[in-house]
Design a protein around this ligand. Sequence first.
Ligand code: FE2
Length: 308
Amino acid sequence: MLIKHFYDPDSSTLSYVVACQETGSCAIIDPVLDFDYASGTIHTGTADRLIAFVQQSNLTLELILETHVHADHITSAPYIRERLGGKIGIGASITKVQTTFAQIFNEDSDFARDGSQFDQIFADGDSFYLGNITCAAMHVPGHTPACMAYLLNDALFVGDTLFMPDAGTARCDFPGGNAHALFQSIQRLLTLPGDTRIFVCHDYQPNDRPLAYETTVAEQRTLNIHVGADTQESDFVRMREARDAELGMPALILPSLQLNMRAGLIPAAEETDRVFLKVPINRFGGVSLNKLPKDKPPAASKGEQKLS
Ligand SMILES: [Fe+2]
């Protein structure tokens, strides 16, 4: 089994290509689409590097696996699917995430909340093959309600459920996040054999150490600064919630959620080639909207004007 990592320094995200070397079948896990929020521009350089690797290695892309609806970067899954084929997969609780964020972004009924933007919906315990690689999907809620970990042979791709041992765990304060659930999910992962390799989705390089992305279940059990060495659930939850209360929102949370909840598909154009994303005002805090002077509501269009 081949595992090749790709690091996006802008979002500190690790994407992976995992390939069965006997059959040439491969999966891409958590691919990134480059987005410059200040100018509203999308670029595909990071995704193109993944595509070039798959093509140059003569691999066949079967699956694009999302560990969760990311809040810090946009997925390039549909862009990659269009060029290489493959199915986009995510966990079954995506419907909960879609329902929550459809409300926050005031989506109308055109936005499906049933996960149908994705090709493959994984339930906890689902097993499948990638060439000759034995794969299992595990539902690991906590960071988000729909987080999944994927076990491909002895390699566990944990998304944001665990970071490297010196970085601990991811936040649980996004809508639907839950520190108790995260603790329980982690305990479940740590019952896997100690030599199970763990590949993380982010590395923020604490204390300026070099990039790291691979560890083991045994290392996490003893060394993880948040959950290792017999940490109790109540202590973990207290620590996690206190830390989360200090964190600002990720820079790209609003564009990321709007695209990632629809599998990375660009929202429909308002007019030809005119696509917009929304910025909901004060949904995550701020002063009461009643304190803010507002513009007039839009005049009814001619077609809607009532004749008296
Ligand atoms: Fe995340």
